[in-house]
Ligand binder design. Sequence first.
Ligand code: GAL
Length: 407
Amino acid sequence: MLAPPHSQGADKGTLEVFSWWTSGGEAAALDALFNAYQKRNPGVEIINAAVAGGAGSAARPVLQARLAGGKPPDTWQTHPGWELLGQYVEPGYCEAITELYKRAGWDRVFPKELVASLLTKDREIYAVLAGIHRGNVLWYNTKLLEKNGIKVGDQMTFNMLFAFCDKLKAAGISALGVGDSGIWASAQLFENTLLGVIGPEGWTDLFNGTTQWDDPMVKEAMKLFAKMQDYVNPDHSALSWDQAIKALIQGKVAFCSMGDWAYGEFVKAKMKAKEDFGWLSSPYTDGSFIVIADGFTLAKGAAHKEAALAWLKTVGSKEAQEAFNPLKGSIPARTDVDRSKFDAYQQWSMDSFAEDKLVASCVHGEAAPAAFQQALNDAVANFVVDRNVDNFAKALVKAAKESRSRK
Ligand code: GAL
């Protein structure tokens, strides 16, 4: 049962946490955060208000309705950048937590640049990051590839990927696993493909308006994305993202281009890294890291403000980040964690984060306003059916223009 809103201070025994972490790996990781919280705050009852649906596709509209209706959860999951600052801070739904950063000494342990560019507005900080996912990862089922005489090295080109896809197709196997019952998963495959073609500098130019969405390079990425559709599992639109990962685990599909929350599913399924599954950067994206970070906010008018502040303190703590991220697949946002507590995949991702060019994800609400993110999803939904590059490009040019004029 939900506690009544605006009963601030009346009840310190409850905390409502809103997220969309409900897949096997996500729920296990969220539980690790809950456990860390309850260890520090015994007796506080946590209301898990998670709404199922990858990337928050179903959760975010529910959240918007609650915020607009003045019934906020005490704290909610958010991506930094446009999603946090545009959708939640700008309309006044969040309370600043700058003081908490100062008190906890977090200015020394969280990446300064990230906090300043994606979590801060008018010098106030509005969220604490639990972890940082890498979006541009290509996962594969090692044994299935071996069985089909395919050996994957450290890097992948589009030509190599298509050659492998042809081989698998000839053997009757869907090479590319997609679960786009939430269309964002296909949008993610496009986002990863786009980065492979335009590179990190091209990415910056595209999202700051220097390059247009009908640029020949962007269209090239659209063509590659169209070609990929020939190798996608026929039941893709009936599957969720984690069901597509399950298909990879079961050897029904060979590759998945998906953010590293997929790793949480491999952990949950007790798959052995390298032996059972492997990973590499999605084609031509070595040297770049698509940042998809998860943070938590403090609601303005939180019904349980003290409990919520204690939650944020836990989320930002070293113990919680070391417990949560190995299950979630993300790397801790804190830079002072013990590396040895993390598996080979996450050490790979940590190195990439430290050395590579960081770019913000559009599919996960960081790089562009919500209206553009939605327009991209809609355009992708049309494109996977009609594969019309000109229409795809036109829709995005229009959406970019509209979102610029609204700024
Ligand atoms: C992302 C989120 C991740 C993961 C994924 C799939 O938007 O940042 O934590 O949950 O969606 O649901």
